[in-house]
Write a protein that binds this ligand. Structure first.
Ligand code: PMP
Length: 289
């Protein structure tokens, strides 16, 4: 198993980061997770663009051009023979001695890129059966649009869900539903789709963007607007979306069943449309040995 450290492909057990890397000490960095189907990247450019946007928002210079980064990641997944899986990549601000909150003007460093891969099959059963969720106050910072490696708020919420036997924690600020600990959330009411607008309170998921695009193209009315906890609990259908979860139904929230407790027809239709987009970019799903 190889990993990437800057432009070096290394054996996993030969890859180390410095203890004074700002990513390690401050969570000062940004990341992405990109999915592969049939050995091909899905929405590759969108993920790379978002990485550079996140980096720009925290004034972090990525030490490679987008083209070079794409080439490095392509080499990595080939080397590891990833068929249906994920690439995790992050860029930290780099090594600074001694530790100091202030980023010096003449910061001598460049960001440090690391990347690794995992084979992760599609969980077809989960895409149909879905899972339950809890709700939790969104106590994260106010720049959730940045895909920051500082994820304490997300981790605490996810773990709370896990302890409750739930798949996800749906977060809310006061009465307004924002997103989940590691995914976006959408509801269907009277045949129309609602999801929080893309602003500083959510990560604008790439999966979210694909779903909204195919929904609009197929005549489903989309509201990118505030909706409340009462709207969530009273929805006809609820689902979450992310690179790995694709569209996963939420069939109960805080112990209350949503709709009839099964994946709804619009969720199913949207997943079909989503799959068509995957097939368009990556080809028909091949059987994974
Ligand atoms: N919101 C949060 C907080 C996330 O961590 C993720 C997944 N990384 C998402 C939304 C979904 O983003 P994407 O569809 O790009 O995976």
């Amino acid at each position: 198993m190889k990993v990437l450290v800057n432009d070096q492909l290394l054996e996993r057990d030969q890859a180390f980061v410095d203890i004074e890397d700002r990513g390690y000490q401050f969570g000062d960095g940004v990341y992405e997770v990109v999915r592969l189907y049939n050995r091909r990247f899905f929405t590759f450019n969108e993920h790379i663009d978002r990485l550079y946007e996140s980096a720009a928002k925290i004034e972090l210079a990525i030490p490679f051009s987008k083209d070079t980064l794409r080439e490095l990641l392509t080499t990595l997944v080939k080397e590891n023979d990833i068929h249906t899986g994920n690439v995790y990549l992050q860029v930290s601000r780099g090594i600074q001695m001694p530790r100091n909150h202030i980023i010096p003007d003449d910061f001598p460093l460049e960001g440090v890129l690391t990347a690794s891969t995992t084979e992760v099959p599609r969980n077809l059963e989960k895409f149909v059966s879905g899972g339950s969720a809890i709700t939790a106050e969104d106590v994260r910072w106010l720049r959730c649009d940045i895909k920051s490696i500082s994820l304490l708020g997300n981790i605490m919420a996810k773990n709370k869900a896990h302890k409750a036997g739930a798949l996800e924690a749906i977060l809310h600020r006061g009465d307004i539903v924002t997103e989940c600990s590691a995914s976006n959330v959408m509801i269907i009411k009277d045949g129309e789709l609602w999801t929080h607008q893309s602003d500083n309170l959510i990560l604008n998921g790439i999966t979210r963007q694909v779903i909204l695009d195919v929904a609009r193209k197929n005549g489903i009315t989309v509201h990118e607007a505030d909706f409340t906890l009462a709207d969530l609990h009273g929805a006809d259908e609820v689902f979450i979306s992310s690179t790995t979860l694709e569209i996963t139904p939420i069939t109960a929230i805080d112990g209350t069943v949503i709709g009839n407790g099964l994946r709804g027809p619009i969720s199913a239709r949207l997943h079909e449309l989503y799959e068509q987009e995957v097939i368009r970019q990556c080809g028909e799903f091949e059987a994974v040995k």
